[in-house]
Design a protein around this ligand. Sequence first.
Ligand code: SF4
Length: 491
Amino acid sequence: MSILLTTLNARYTHASLGLRYLLANMGELQEQTRLQEFVIGAKATEIVERILSYSPKIVGFGIYIWNVEETAKVVAMLKRVAPQVVVVLGGPEVSHETNEQEIVKLADYVITGWGDVTFPKLCGEILNGPKPLMKVHAGVQPPMAEIKLPYSLYSDDDIKNRTLYVEASRGCPFKCEFCLSALDKTAWPFALDTFLAEMESLYQRGARLFKFVDRTFNLNIKTSLKIMQFFLDKIEANPDDPIYAHFELVPDHLPDALKEGIAKFPPGALQFEIGIQSFNPEVQTLVSRKQDNQKAADNIRWLTKQSHAHMHVDLIAGLPGETVESFAEGFNKLWALEPHEIQLGILKRLRGTPIIRHTQEFGMVYDPYAPYTILANKDIDFPTMQRLVRFARYWDLVANSGRFGHTLPVLLGDAPFQRFMAFADWLYANTDATHRIALERLVAMVSRYLQTQGMAKDDAEALLASDYSGGAKPKPAETPAPKRQARRLAA
Ligand code: SF4
Protein backbone atom coordinates (compact mmCIF):
# COMPACT_ATOMS: atom_id res chain seq x y z
CA MET A 1 0.00 0.00 0.00
CA SER A 2 1.57 3.27 -1.12
CA ILE A 3 -0.99 5.97 -0.46
CA LEU A 4 -3.13 6.61 2.59
CA LEU A 5 -6.02 9.05 2.42
CA THR A 6 -7.03 10.36 5.79
CA THR A 7 -8.83 13.09 7.68
CA LEU A 8 -10.12 13.89 11.14
CA ASN A 9 -13.89 14.01 10.94
CA ALA A 10 -15.88 16.10 13.42
CA ARG A 11 -17.75 12.98 14.54
CA TYR A 12 -17.64 9.27 13.84
CA THR A 13 -21.03 9.48 12.17
CA HIS A 14 -19.71 11.86 9.51
CA ALA A 15 -18.32 9.82 6.64
CA SER A 16 -15.95 11.91 4.54
CA LEU A 17 -17.30 12.48 1.04
CA GLY A 18 -14.12 14.30 -0.03
CA LEU A 19 -11.84 11.35 0.71
CA ARG A 20 -14.15 8.98 -1.11
CA TYR A 21 -14.08 11.25 -4.17
CA LEU A 22 -10.29 11.11 -4.14
CA LEU A 23 -10.24 7.33 -3.79
CA ALA A 24 -12.78 6.91 -6.59
CA ASN A 25 -10.65 9.03 -8.91
CA MET A 26 -7.23 7.48 -8.21
CA GLY A 27 -7.25 5.60 -11.53
CA GLU A 28 -4.45 3.06 -11.77
CA LEU A 29 -3.21 4.05 -8.30
CA GLN A 30 -6.49 3.06 -6.67
CA GLU A 31 -5.26 -0.45 -5.85
CA GLN A 32 -2.39 1.02 -3.87
CA THR A 33 -4.58 3.53 -2.02
CA ARG A 34 -6.40 3.08 1.25
CA LEU A 35 -8.74 5.26 3.22
CA GLN A 36 -8.54 5.65 6.99
CA GLU A 37 -10.69 8.14 8.87
CA PHE A 38 -10.22 9.45 12.40
CA VAL A 39 -12.31 11.62 14.69
CA ILE A 40 -11.14 14.86 16.29
CA GLY A 41 -10.24 14.39 19.92
CA ALA A 42 -8.27 11.19 19.23
CA LYS A 43 -4.69 11.16 20.54
CA ALA A 44 -2.15 12.35 17.98
CA THR A 45 0.23 9.51 18.93
CA GLU A 46 -2.45 6.93 18.26
CA ILE A 47 -3.35 8.52 14.92
CA VAL A 48 0.29 8.59 13.83
CA GLU A 49 0.82 5.00 14.99
CA ARG A 50 -2.21 3.84 13.02
CA ILE A 51 -1.14 5.78 9.91
CA LEU A 52 2.33 4.23 10.03
CA SER A 53 0.91 0.75 10.53
CA TYR A 54 -0.01 0.88 6.83
CA SER A 55 3.58 1.77 5.86
CA PRO A 56 2.44 4.45 3.42
CA LYS A 57 4.79 6.33 1.12
CA ILE A 58 2.31 9.18 0.77
CA VAL A 59 -0.31 10.39 3.24
CA GLY A 60 -3.02 12.74 1.93
CA PHE A 61 -4.77 14.75 4.65
CA GLY A 62 -8.15 16.45 4.19
CA ILE A 63 -7.93 19.78 6.02
CA TYR A 64 -11.02 21.60 7.22
CA ILE A 65 -11.70 24.43 9.63
CA TRP A 66 -12.68 21.94 12.35
CA ASN A 67 -9.57 19.78 12.13
CA VAL A 68 -6.72 22.08 11.08
CA GLU A 69 -5.32 22.60 14.58
CA GLU A 70 -5.33 18.92 15.51
CA THR A 71 -4.12 17.79 12.10
CA ALA A 72 -1.18 20.19 12.34
CA LYS A 73 -0.07 18.34 15.48
CA VAL A 74 -0.50 14.99 13.74
CA VAL A 75 1.51 16.14 10.70
CA ALA A 76 4.27 17.58 12.91
CA MET A 77 4.55 14.31 14.82
CA LEU A 78 4.38 12.17 11.69
CA LYS A 79 7.19 14.11 10.01
CA ARG A 80 9.37 13.74 13.12
CA VAL A 81 8.79 10.02 13.51
CA ALA A 82 8.82 9.16 9.81
CA PRO A 83 10.32 12.02 7.78
CA GLN A 84 10.43 9.84 4.66
CA VAL A 85 6.62 9.77 4.45
CA VAL A 86 5.45 12.38 1.96
CA VAL A 87 2.61 14.51 3.31
CA VAL A 88 0.12 16.06 0.87
CA LEU A 89 -2.54 18.44 2.16
CA GLY A 90 -5.81 19.36 0.49
CA GLY A 91 -9.23 20.73 1.42
CA PRO A 92 -10.89 24.12 1.82
CA GLU A 93 -8.83 25.24 4.82
CA VAL A 94 -5.53 25.07 2.93
CA SER A 95 -6.93 26.26 -0.40
CA HIS A 96 -6.62 29.97 0.45
CA GLU A 97 -3.98 32.06 2.21
CA THR A 98 -2.02 28.85 1.84
CA ASN A 99 1.57 29.87 2.37
CA GLU A 100 1.08 31.63 5.67
CA GLN A 101 -0.29 28.55 7.44
CA GLU A 102 1.66 26.58 10.02
CA ILE A 103 0.38 23.23 8.78
CA VAL A 104 1.52 24.05 5.24
CA LYS A 105 5.05 24.68 6.48
CA LEU A 106 5.07 21.15 7.93
CA ALA A 107 3.84 19.43 4.77
CA ASP A 108 5.59 18.46 1.54
CA TYR A 109 2.84 19.39 -0.91
CA VAL A 110 -0.49 21.17 -0.94
CA ILE A 111 -3.31 20.99 -3.44
CA THR A 112 -5.63 23.97 -3.47
CA GLY A 113 -9.20 23.69 -4.75
CA TRP A 114 -10.43 20.55 -6.51
CA GLY A 115 -8.30 17.46 -5.89
CA ASP A 116 -10.10 14.86 -8.02
CA VAL A 117 -7.59 15.04 -10.89
CA THR A 118 -4.60 16.76 -9.33
CA PHE A 119 -4.14 14.45 -6.33
CA PRO A 120 -3.66 11.22 -8.35
CA LYS A 121 -1.43 13.08 -10.81
CA LEU A 122 0.75 14.44 -7.99
CA CYS A 123 0.93 11.01 -6.32
CA GLY A 124 2.05 9.47 -9.63
CA GLU A 125 4.85 12.02 -9.92
CA ILE A 126 5.93 11.50 -6.30
CA LEU A 127 6.02 7.72 -6.72
CA ASN A 128 7.39 7.46 -10.25
CA GLY A 129 9.05 10.82 -10.91
CA PRO A 130 9.87 13.29 -12.12
CA LYS A 131 9.71 14.74 -8.62
CA PRO A 132 7.27 17.68 -8.49
CA LEU A 133 9.15 20.95 -8.15
CA MET A 134 6.39 23.12 -6.76
CA LYS A 135 5.06 22.73 -3.24
CA VAL A 136 1.63 24.26 -3.89
CA HIS A 137 -0.43 22.87 -6.76
CA ALA A 138 -3.61 24.55 -7.94
CA GLY A 139 -6.23 21.81 -8.32
CA VAL A 140 -7.50 21.34 -11.86
CA GLN A 141 -11.24 21.41 -12.22
CA PRO A 142 -12.23 18.73 -14.76
CA PRO A 143 -15.53 18.56 -16.66
CA MET A 144 -18.10 17.12 -14.25
CA ALA A 145 -18.64 14.06 -16.46
CA GLU A 146 -15.01 13.07 -15.94
CA ILE A 147 -15.31 12.88 -12.16
CA LYS A 148 -16.03 9.35 -10.96
CA LEU A 149 -18.80 9.31 -8.39
CA PRO A 150 -17.74 7.85 -5.04
CA TYR A 151 -20.96 6.40 -3.65
CA SER A 152 -20.05 2.74 -4.12
CA LEU A 153 -17.20 3.43 -1.67
CA TYR A 154 -19.64 3.87 1.18
CA SER A 155 -19.28 0.56 3.00
CA ASP A 156 -22.18 -1.42 4.39
CA ASP A 157 -21.09 -0.19 7.81
CA ASP A 158 -21.21 3.44 6.58
CA ILE A 159 -24.68 2.86 5.19
CA LYS A 160 -25.87 1.33 8.42
CA ASN A 161 -24.29 3.66 10.95
CA ARG A 162 -23.24 6.96 9.40
CA THR A 163 -24.63 10.01 7.65
CA LEU A 164 -24.30 9.58 3.90
CA TYR A 165 -23.31 12.82 2.21
CA VAL A 166 -24.27 13.16 -1.43
CA GLU A 167 -24.11 16.02 -3.92
CA ALA A 168 -26.00 16.56 -7.16
CA SER A 169 -24.00 19.73 -7.87
CA ARG A 170 -20.98 21.68 -6.69
CA GLY A 171 -20.61 25.42 -6.31
CA CYS A 172 -22.97 28.33 -5.83
CA PRO A 173 -23.85 31.25 -8.10
CA PHE A 174 -24.38 33.67 -5.20
CA LYS A 175 -21.71 35.83 -3.65
CA CYS A 176 -22.34 36.19 0.07
CA GLU A 177 -19.04 37.56 1.27
CA PHE A 178 -18.77 35.50 4.46
CA CYS A 179 -19.04 32.24 2.53
CA LEU A 180 -16.36 30.25 0.71
CA SER A 181 -18.84 29.22 -1.94
CA ALA A 182 -19.02 32.89 -2.96
CA LEU A 183 -15.74 32.25 -4.78
CA ASP A 184 -17.33 29.64 -7.05
CA LYS A 185 -19.40 32.23 -8.94
CA THR A 186 -21.48 29.45 -10.48
CA ALA A 187 -22.77 25.95 -9.80
CA TRP A 188 -21.81 22.81 -11.71
CA PRO A 189 -24.32 19.96 -11.81
CA PHE A 190 -23.43 16.29 -12.10
CA ALA A 191 -25.32 14.36 -14.81
CA LEU A 192 -28.64 13.83 -13.09
CA ASP A 193 -29.45 10.34 -14.38
CA THR A 194 -26.02 9.05 -13.41
CA PHE A 195 -26.36 10.62 -9.98
CA LEU A 196 -29.83 9.16 -9.43
CA ALA A 197 -28.62 5.72 -10.52
CA GLU A 198 -26.03 5.98 -7.72
CA MET A 199 -28.75 7.00 -5.26
CA GLU A 200 -30.79 3.99 -6.38
CA SER A 201 -27.85 1.73 -5.73
CA LEU A 202 -27.35 3.23 -2.25
CA TYR A 203 -31.04 2.80 -1.56
CA GLN A 204 -30.97 -0.84 -2.66
CA ARG A 205 -28.03 -1.39 -0.32
CA GLY A 206 -30.11 -0.10 2.59
CA ALA A 207 -29.37 3.63 2.71
CA ARG A 208 -32.29 5.60 4.10
CA LEU A 209 -30.67 8.83 5.28
CA PHE A 210 -29.33 11.13 2.56
CA LYS A 211 -27.73 14.45 3.34
CA PHE A 212 -27.31 16.65 0.28
CA VAL A 213 -24.38 19.02 0.54
CA ASP A 214 -25.40 21.02 -2.53
CA ARG A 215 -25.10 24.69 -1.62
CA THR A 216 -28.49 25.55 -3.10
CA PHE A 217 -30.75 22.60 -3.78
CA ASN A 218 -33.51 24.76 -5.27
CA LEU A 219 -31.37 26.47 -7.87
CA ASN A 220 -32.61 24.44 -10.83
CA ILE A 221 -36.21 23.55 -10.12
CA LYS A 222 -36.42 20.80 -12.74
CA THR A 223 -33.51 19.03 -11.12
CA SER A 224 -34.89 19.57 -7.61
CA LEU A 225 -38.22 18.10 -8.67
CA LYS A 226 -36.61 15.01 -10.19
CA ILE A 227 -34.58 14.38 -7.06
CA MET A 228 -37.61 14.86 -4.84
CA GLN A 229 -39.62 12.54 -7.06
CA PHE A 230 -36.95 9.87 -6.61
CA PHE A 231 -37.55 9.98 -2.87
CA LEU A 232 -41.33 10.27 -3.19
CA ASP A 233 -41.38 7.14 -5.36
CA LYS A 234 -39.48 5.24 -2.69
CA ILE A 235 -41.85 6.45 0.01
CA GLU A 236 -44.89 5.53 -2.06
CA ALA A 237 -43.56 2.08 -2.86
CA ASN A 238 -42.57 1.38 0.76
CA PRO A 239 -44.58 3.63 3.08
CA ASP A 240 -43.50 1.60 6.10
CA ASP A 241 -39.80 1.93 5.33
CA PRO A 242 -39.05 5.59 6.13
CA ILE A 243 -36.53 7.59 4.16
CA TYR A 244 -34.98 10.87 5.23
CA ALA A 245 -33.48 13.56 2.99
CA HIS A 246 -31.76 16.79 4.00
CA PHE A 247 -31.36 19.74 1.62
CA GLU A 248 -30.04 23.30 1.84
CA LEU A 249 -32.36 25.89 0.30
CA VAL A 250 -32.19 29.54 -0.59
CA PRO A 251 -35.34 30.88 1.06
CA ASP A 252 -36.72 33.26 -1.56
CA HIS A 253 -37.01 30.80 -4.43
CA LEU A 254 -39.85 28.36 -3.97
CA PRO A 255 -41.98 28.21 -7.11
CA ASP A 256 -45.38 26.50 -6.97
CA ALA A 257 -44.12 23.34 -8.68
CA LEU A 258 -41.55 22.87 -5.95
CA LYS A 259 -44.09 23.60 -3.23
CA GLU A 260 -46.37 20.92 -4.69
CA GLY A 261 -43.56 18.39 -4.49
CA ILE A 262 -42.59 19.39 -0.96
CA ALA A 263 -46.19 19.17 0.23
CA LYS A 264 -46.34 15.49 -0.79
CA PHE A 265 -43.68 14.39 1.70
CA PRO A 266 -45.00 12.77 4.88
CA PRO A 267 -43.80 13.87 8.34
CA GLY A 268 -40.23 12.92 9.22
CA ALA A 269 -39.00 12.53 5.64
CA LEU A 270 -37.67 15.95 4.72
CA GLN A 271 -35.38 18.43 6.40
CA PHE A 272 -34.45 21.86 5.04
CA GLU A 273 -31.56 23.97 6.16
CA ILE A 274 -32.43 27.52 5.16
CA GLY A 275 -30.06 30.43 5.37
CA ILE A 276 -31.54 33.79 6.28
CA GLN A 277 -28.33 35.02 7.92
CA SER A 278 -29.72 38.56 8.32
CA PHE A 279 -33.06 40.24 7.74
CA ASN A 280 -31.33 43.62 7.64
CA PRO A 281 -31.28 44.98 4.03
CA GLU A 282 -28.27 47.21 4.75
CA VAL A 283 -26.27 44.30 6.06
CA GLN A 284 -27.35 42.15 3.12
CA THR A 285 -26.10 44.81 0.72
CA LEU A 286 -22.83 45.15 2.60
CA VAL A 287 -22.10 41.41 2.35
CA SER A 288 -23.47 41.13 -1.22
CA ARG A 289 -26.23 38.79 -0.20
CA LYS A 290 -29.19 39.07 -2.54
CA GLN A 291 -32.35 38.08 -0.73
CA ASP A 292 -35.97 39.10 -1.10
CA ASN A 293 -36.91 39.26 2.59
CA GLN A 294 -40.64 39.32 1.99
CA LYS A 295 -40.55 36.27 -0.26
CA ALA A 296 -38.20 34.50 2.13
CA ALA A 297 -40.56 35.14 5.05
CA ASP A 298 -43.61 34.06 3.02
CA ASN A 299 -41.87 30.85 1.99
CA ILE A 300 -40.81 29.97 5.51
CA ARG A 301 -44.34 30.61 6.69
CA TRP A 302 -45.68 28.44 3.87
CA LEU A 303 -43.29 25.61 4.74
CA THR A 304 -44.31 25.81 8.39
CA LYS A 305 -48.01 25.75 7.69
CA GLN A 306 -48.34 23.70 4.52
CA SER A 307 -45.58 21.12 4.62
CA HIS A 308 -44.23 18.50 6.99
CA ALA A 309 -40.62 19.51 6.34
CA HIS A 310 -38.49 20.04 9.40
CA MET A 311 -36.92 23.48 9.13
CA HIS A 312 -33.63 24.61 10.47
CA VAL A 313 -33.05 28.30 9.70
CA ASP A 314 -29.71 30.04 10.07
CA LEU A 315 -28.90 33.52 11.33
CA ILE A 316 -25.42 35.00 11.72
CA ALA A 317 -24.47 37.45 14.45
CA GLY A 318 -21.50 39.75 13.99
CA LEU A 319 -21.91 40.68 10.32
CA PRO A 320 -20.69 44.17 9.36
CA GLY A 321 -23.34 46.80 10.02
CA GLU A 322 -25.48 44.49 12.18
CA THR A 323 -26.10 45.96 15.62
CA VAL A 324 -27.50 43.96 18.52
CA GLU A 325 -30.77 45.83 18.02
CA SER A 326 -31.05 45.02 14.31
CA PHE A 327 -30.04 41.42 14.96
CA ALA A 328 -32.70 41.20 17.66
CA GLU A 329 -35.28 42.53 15.22
CA GLY A 330 -34.34 39.87 12.67
CA PHE A 331 -34.37 37.16 15.31
CA ASN A 332 -37.83 38.13 16.50
CA LYS A 333 -39.10 38.29 12.95
CA LEU A 334 -37.76 34.81 12.27
CA TRP A 335 -39.14 33.40 15.52
CA ALA A 336 -42.59 34.67 14.53
CA LEU A 337 -42.38 32.53 11.38
CA GLU A 338 -42.12 29.44 13.62
CA PRO A 339 -39.29 27.43 12.11
CA HIS A 340 -38.49 24.28 14.10
CA GLU A 341 -34.96 25.42 14.84
CA ILE A 342 -33.09 28.70 14.65
CA GLN A 343 -29.39 28.10 14.30
CA LEU A 344 -27.65 31.15 15.63
CA GLY A 345 -24.13 31.23 14.23
CA ILE A 346 -21.40 33.68 15.12
CA LEU A 347 -19.58 35.10 12.10
CA LYS A 348 -16.33 33.39 11.16
CA ARG A 349 -13.74 34.76 8.82
CA LEU A 350 -13.16 31.78 6.59
CA ARG A 351 -9.86 31.88 4.75
CA GLY A 352 -10.28 33.33 1.29
CA THR A 353 -13.69 34.90 1.85
CA PRO A 354 -14.17 38.47 0.62
CA ILE A 355 -15.62 39.69 3.91
CA ILE A 356 -12.10 40.77 4.79
CA ARG A 357 -12.75 43.98 2.82
CA HIS A 358 -14.86 45.26 5.75
CA THR A 359 -12.24 44.67 8.41
CA GLN A 360 -11.03 48.23 8.79
CA GLU A 361 -14.21 50.17 8.27
CA PHE A 362 -16.23 48.03 10.66
CA GLY A 363 -13.46 47.29 13.15
CA MET A 364 -13.85 43.55 12.64
CA VAL A 365 -11.65 41.66 15.12
CA TYR A 366 -11.38 37.92 14.53
CA ASP A 367 -9.82 35.14 16.59
CA PRO A 368 -6.53 34.34 14.81
CA TYR A 369 -7.06 30.62 15.52
CA ALA A 370 -9.55 28.34 13.77
CA PRO A 371 -12.48 28.67 13.49
CA TYR A 372 -11.63 32.40 13.28
CA THR A 373 -14.75 33.55 15.12
CA ILE A 374 -15.44 37.27 15.33
CA LEU A 375 -14.58 38.67 18.75
CA ALA A 376 -15.75 42.26 18.34
CA ASN A 377 -16.65 44.86 15.75
CA LYS A 378 -17.45 48.52 15.84
CA ASP A 379 -21.09 47.88 16.70
CA ILE A 380 -20.68 44.96 19.10
CA ASP A 381 -17.93 45.00 21.71
CA PHE A 382 -16.16 41.89 23.01
CA PRO A 383 -18.28 41.36 26.17
CA THR A 384 -21.48 41.74 24.15
CA MET A 385 -20.22 39.31 21.50
CA GLN A 386 -19.55 36.80 24.28
CA ARG A 387 -23.12 37.27 25.49
CA LEU A 388 -24.28 36.43 21.97
CA VAL A 389 -22.07 33.34 21.93
CA ARG A 390 -23.69 32.17 25.17
CA PHE A 391 -27.14 33.04 23.82
CA ALA A 392 -26.42 30.73 20.86
CA ARG A 393 -25.22 27.91 23.11
CA TYR A 394 -28.16 28.14 25.50
CA TRP A 395 -30.58 28.50 22.60
CA ASP A 396 -29.36 25.13 21.34
CA LEU A 397 -29.85 23.57 24.77
CA VAL A 398 -33.25 25.05 25.52
CA ALA A 399 -34.94 25.86 22.19
CA ASN A 400 -33.35 23.73 19.46
CA SER A 401 -33.25 20.67 21.69
CA GLY A 402 -37.05 20.58 21.52
CA ARG A 403 -37.11 19.67 25.21
CA PHE A 404 -38.96 22.74 26.46
CA GLY A 405 -41.86 22.86 24.03
CA HIS A 406 -44.40 24.25 26.53
CA THR A 407 -41.99 26.31 28.60
CA LEU A 408 -40.21 28.10 25.78
CA PRO A 409 -43.11 30.34 24.65
CA VAL A 410 -43.59 31.42 28.29
CA LEU A 411 -39.88 32.14 28.64
CA LEU A 412 -39.84 34.19 25.43
CA GLY A 413 -43.15 36.05 25.76
CA ASP A 414 -43.60 38.84 23.25
CA ALA A 415 -39.90 39.79 23.05
CA PRO A 416 -38.09 36.53 22.27
CA PHE A 417 -34.59 37.87 21.73
CA GLN A 418 -34.58 40.30 24.62
CA ARG A 419 -36.11 37.83 27.07
CA PHE A 420 -33.89 34.96 26.07
CA MET A 421 -30.85 37.21 26.32
CA ALA A 422 -31.90 38.14 29.87
CA PHE A 423 -32.31 34.45 30.66
CA ALA A 424 -28.90 33.64 29.12
CA ASP A 425 -27.22 36.35 31.18
CA TRP A 426 -28.88 35.05 34.33
CA LEU A 427 -28.06 31.41 33.57
CA TYR A 428 -24.41 32.22 32.99
CA ALA A 429 -24.20 34.32 36.14
CA ASN A 430 -25.69 31.46 38.15
CA THR A 431 -23.88 28.49 36.62
CA ASP A 432 -20.70 29.90 35.16
CA ALA A 433 -21.06 27.22 32.50
CA THR A 434 -22.02 27.09 28.85
CA HIS A 435 -21.40 23.40 28.31
CA ARG A 436 -21.90 20.37 30.51
CA ILE A 437 -25.20 21.54 31.97
CA ALA A 438 -26.98 18.28 32.69
CA LEU A 439 -30.59 18.23 31.59
CA GLU A 440 -31.99 17.87 35.09
CA ARG A 441 -29.96 20.83 36.29
CA LEU A 442 -31.05 22.86 33.30
CA VAL A 443 -34.70 22.11 34.04
CA ALA A 444 -34.18 23.22 37.65
CA MET A 445 -32.45 26.41 36.50
CA VAL A 446 -35.24 27.29 34.06
CA SER A 447 -37.74 26.79 36.85
CA ARG A 448 -35.74 29.03 39.19
CA TYR A 449 -35.45 31.69 36.51
CA LEU A 450 -39.19 31.71 35.85
CA GLN A 451 -39.70 32.24 39.57
CA THR A 452 -37.35 35.23 39.54
CA GLN A 453 -39.67 36.62 36.88
CA GLY A 454 -42.67 36.36 39.20
CA MET A 455 -44.07 32.91 38.41
CA ALA A 456 -45.22 30.90 41.42
CA LYS A 457 -43.00 27.91 42.24
CA ASP A 458 -45.82 25.39 41.72
CA ASP A 459 -46.76 26.91 38.37
CA ALA A 460 -43.16 26.92 37.14
CA GLU A 461 -42.66 23.32 38.17
CA ALA A 462 -45.93 22.22 36.63
CA LEU A 463 -45.03 23.96 33.39
CA LEU A 464 -41.67 22.26 33.23
CA ALA A 465 -43.17 18.93 34.24
CA SER A 466 -45.39 19.20 31.17
CA ASP A 467 -42.20 19.17 29.07
CA TYR A 468 -40.03 16.99 31.21
CA SER A 469 -40.92 14.27 33.63
CA GLY A 470 -37.75 12.31 34.14
CA GLY A 471 -37.17 11.71 30.44
CA ALA A 472 -36.33 14.09 27.65
CA LYS A 473 -38.87 14.81 24.98
CA PRO A 474 -37.54 13.96 21.54
CA LYS A 475 -36.86 16.71 19.07
CA PRO A 476 -39.49 17.30 16.37
CA ALA A 477 -37.17 15.50 13.96
CA GLU A 478 -33.71 14.18 14.44
CA THR A 479 -31.11 16.34 12.78
CA PRO A 480 -28.33 14.43 11.08
CA ALA A 481 -26.56 17.62 10.08
CA PRO A 482 -22.86 17.83 10.73
CA LYS A 483 -21.14 21.00 11.84
CA ARG A 484 -21.59 23.13 8.82
CA GLN A 485 -19.00 25.36 7.38
CA ALA A 486 -17.07 22.73 5.53
CA ARG A 487 -17.04 25.17 2.67
CA ARG A 488 -19.63 27.75 3.58
CA LEU A 489 -21.92 28.78 6.40
CA ALA A 490 -25.21 27.86 4.84
CA ALA A 491 -27.16 28.66 1.74
S1 SF4 B 1 -24.24 31.63 1.83
FE1 SF4 B 1 -25.36 30.13 0.58
S2 SF4 B 1 -26.19 31.36 -1.13
FE2 SF4 B 1 -24.54 32.60 -0.20
S3 SF4 B 1 -22.70 32.09 -1.39
FE3 SF4 B 1 -22.76 30.71 0.38
S4 SF4 B 1 -23.75 28.84 -0.33
FE4 SF4 B 1 -24.21 30.48 -1.82
